[in-house]
Design a binder for this molecule. Structure first.
Ligand code: ADP
Length: 412
């Protein structure tokens, strides 16, 4: 399915409403489109829905704030690169890039080379010393004898996914989308839509809304529970999405999730320093040092609770599997063995988040899927940096196409 961004000028719409806290009564009974989760996927989808379906009411619901400190978006690496991307996905990646560069405000977009380092000769690779000649600090982090070959993506870039979520949601609100914060949405099975002449054949999505507040002892409690109906619900709840689909709507999916952690490596990085990648580890220049991005190992088993690791009796905040990866990489990346590596002493010392794994695979692509006629699932996952916006737009375009097909029949 190929779609292109809407080029038609939008009618000037009145801005939507924002309900930030429980002191603002929420009494709306129905929206045409409800998006659950204001990470970058849900926020971008909401914007594209307003652009492609300007006559439909839209509500974006978020359990936390915008962006949620606990979601995957705020910690996501923000690396756009087409290295190793199959041809079929190249156009989607370019579309996403154009959006990031031109359509979503300041996302701190920075063109930046990505050097993939190898132990053996690889097609397209050059000698590492030559490839990194302009970046002596980067060369200093690694052992070029162990990683003698480098493939360079000179067209890569870094950006801030948290800004994408924030800016997309703000633009969507300007175009008339509504935003309900600090509210947990629980999708429920649809009811059939009744008209004067009987059932329309298509159903109405239902949701339970739990408006959350914080007590003066810092506990999060439900202030009130409300019911909402919708033409269509899109679950864009990140790693929590597949469980909502299964437990609330009874639709089994094969998707998984993994608990990702992002330790810091305090070694100086220049503004134009390249991203370094070797095997399962990416070193992303950030805030004058590096953020380490270990590729997820595998999907975490059902019921897994993030657990801090131990290594030779020393407690760290980093989970054991990732610690083992770093230890294995120390000969090739000696900087990992130096003092600058911050693995923390407990889980709370390290930034970490649950990331969805589309298809249950660590390298699954972002996707959307129809769960029921009234409910869709939208998943970003590890490749959302490069492809996520295209997939969010593709779902918006599909919903617009279906809307056009049913004409003005109600509901959507
Ligand atoms: P993605 O990259 O797919 O956007 P994130 O984890 O960053 O993933 O975003 C998902 C968002 O969905 C988070 O901000 C999270 O707080 C929110 N969320 C998860 N479950 C619910 C829910 N039941 N109701 C409302 N928001 C939810």
């Amino acid at each position: 399915m190929t779609t292109s961004p809407s080029t038609s000028p939008l009618r000037a719409a009145a801005p939507g409403r924002v309900w930030a806290h429980v002191g603002q009564p929420f009494t709306e009974p129905y929206f045409d489109l409800v998006v659950v989760g204001a990470g970058r996927m849900g926020a971008a989808l909401t914007l594209y829905l307003r652009q492609l379906l300007p006559h439909r009411s839209v509500l974006l619901i978020e359990e936390g704030g915008l962006p949620n400190e606990e979601g995957a978006t705020i910690l996501a690496p923000g690396i756009w690169s087409t290295l190793d991307l199959p041809v079929a996905q190249q156009e989607q990646a370019r579309w996403t890039r154009t959006q990031l560069e031109t359509a979503l405000g300041d996302v701190q977009w920075r063109p930046r080379a990505l050097a993939e380092l190898h132990t053996q000769e690889t097609p397209g690779a050059r000698p590492t010393r030559e490839a990194l000649a302009d970046f002596p600090e980067a060369l200093h982090l690694i052992n070029p004898e162990q990683l003698p070959f480098a493939r360079l993506d000179g067209y890569a870039a870094t950006y801030r996914p948290g800004n994408v979520a924030l800016n997309a949601a703000q633009q969507a609100i300007k175009l008339g989308a509504n935003l309900l914060l600090n509210t947990r949405a629980v999708p429920l099975p649809a009811v059939s839509a009744q008209t004067d002449s009987g059932s329309t054949g298509s159903g109405l999505a239902r949701l339970k809304l739990e408006r959350l507040t914080v007590t003066n002892t810092h506990q999060i409690v439900t202030h009130e529970t409300l019911n909402l109906r919708a033409g269509v619900t899109v679950i864009a709840a990140g790693a929590a999405g597949p469980a909502l689909a299964e437990h609330q709507l009874g639709v089994h999916t094969a998707h998984g999730r993994a608990y990702q952690q992002y330790p810091r490596l305090e070694q100086p990085s220049r503004e134009d320093a390249p991203i370094l990648r070797t095997g399962p580890l990416t070193l992303r220049p950030q805030h004058g040092g590096y953020t380490l991005i270990p590729a997820p190992h595998h999907r975490d088993p059902h019921g897994y609770q993030p657990t801090a690791g131990h290594l030779t009796g020393v407690q760290t905040g980093l989970r054991r599997e990732l610690l083992e990866d770093l230890v294995a990489l120390m000969p090739a990346v000696p900087a990992l063995a130096a003092e600058g590596l911050q693995v923390g002493r407990s889980l709370s010392d390290l930034p970490g988040a649950w990331v969805s794994l589309p298809g249950g695979r660590v390298n699954g692509w972002p996707l959307w899927e129809e769960l029921t006629p009234e409910a869709f699932l939208l998943l970003g996952g590890p490749s959302a940096d490069t492809l996520g916006l295209w997939v969010a737009h593709d779902l918006a375009a599909e919903l617009a196409r279906r809307q056009a097909a049913v004409g003005e029949r109600q509901p959507m």
